[in-house]
Design a protein around this ligand. Structure first.
Ligand code: FES
Length: 228
């Protein structure tokens, strides 16, 4: 009898275990199928990824903008002409009283020019060409750029006069007003603008250069205090 009872209880116990497993499995599937679980665990990384991408993009454009802006600022800062001193800017050239009319030109090394008070009565071939007043001539030869000196002893075949601007490189020769009379230079010597204040103080604007031409004599500057 005992055996029969045991045999009857065994299937019942087995069925109970099986039911427990089924419940456990059903419960497990239910947990895995929780609808809230999937979106929650996937949405967070997507938002994080988008945010990181925006941040990197903003950082890139900001960095690029700063780099380009800095480069432009440096360029402008380097090339903007402010408070220029020496050649390229205003250069003091003394007082008009220092320049007797008809005297030999005086060199200004800082401003790279020659300056003279031209006498309109100097009609010699190396003379003023009718110019009256102060004239500043850039010493750079219009041919190939050599420095042109005033040579008091220089002469040319076309004239018995001595005292010319004469380029040592290829011989271009100019009168006191910078008019070319000889040599390969394509034009007369270039002139610089001159300012004279009420007290007769002279400033040559070495950044204001006009290419030489037949009108050089007309560019001379007069002043009431200039010696006559
Ligand atoms: S550079 Fe002056 S003549 Fe050639």
């Amino acid at each position: 009898m005992a055996n029969e009872t045991d045999q009857a209880e065994a299937p019942a116990e087995s069925a109970a275990v099986t039911d427990a497993w089924r419940e456990a499995l059903a419960s497990r599937r239910t947990e895995l199928a929780e609808p809230e679980g999937v979106p929650t665990t996937q949405a967070a990384p997507i938002e994080l990824d988008v945010s990181r991408r925006n941040f990197l993009r903003a950082s890139f454009w900001t960095g690029l903008g700063v780099t380009i802006g800095g480069g432009v600022a440096l360029f402008l800062d380097y090339f903007y002409p402010r408070n220029v001193r020496g050649f390229g800017g205003p250069v003091p050239a003394g007082n008009v009283a220092d320049f007797p009319r008809g005297a030999a030109p005086i060199a200004n090394g800082v401003g790279q020019f020659w300056i003279a008070n031209l006498d309109p009565a100097d009609t010699a071939e190396n003379g003023s060409d009718g110019a009256e007043g102060l004239m500043a001539l850039w010493r750079k030869c219009p041919h190939l750029g050599c420095t042109v000196p005033w040579v008091p002893t220089a002469g040319v075949d076309i004239s018995s006069e001595i005292g010319w601007y004469q380029c040592p490189c290829h011989g271009s020769t100019y009168t006191k007003s910078g008019i070319r009379v000889f040599g390969p230079a394509p034009r007369s010597m270039d002139t610089m603008a001159i300012d004279i204040d009420d007290a007769g103080n002279i400033t040559v604007q070495t950044g204001d250069i006009t290419p030489g031409g037949p009108d050089n004599p007309e560019r001379a500057v007069t002043h009431p205090l200039l010696p006559t």
